[in-house]
Design a protein around this ligand. Structure first.
Ligand SMILES: [Zn+2]
Length: 95
């Protein structure tokens, strides 16, 4: 997935941003996600997924968590991101 570089609304740093699939939520940087969401707390991960409008798949999360460590947010978001259409594939929007 192409890294979108922009200004993170939380820390104000120019950084690679995790795209949000929710028009009301601005993309934020990986560091801020790691600071604000406990990656081993599935309750918090669930909230993150809802906030970013991503499907919540705990098994997939745990698998990616092991593999990608702190980068799990980016990889997980990328997994559901359709690069061709520049949008997420599967959401709970029921199109
Ligand atoms: Zn940030």
């Amino acid at each position: 997935m192409e890294n979108k570089i922009g200004k993170c609304p939380i820390c104000g740093e120019k950084s690679s941003l995790i795209p949000s699939n929710n028009p009301l939520v601005a993309p934020v940087c990986l560091e801020c996600l790691n600071k604000n969401v406990k990656i081993d707390d599935l309750e918090e991960v669930n909230i993150f997924c809802r906030t970013f409008n991503l499907p919540f798949d705990p098994d997939l999360w745990l698998k990616m968590r092991k593999e990608f460590q702190q980068k799990v947010f980016k990889e997980y978001a990328s997994f559901f991101f359709d690069e061709k259409n520049n949008t997420y594939k599967d959401t709970d929007r029921n199109l």
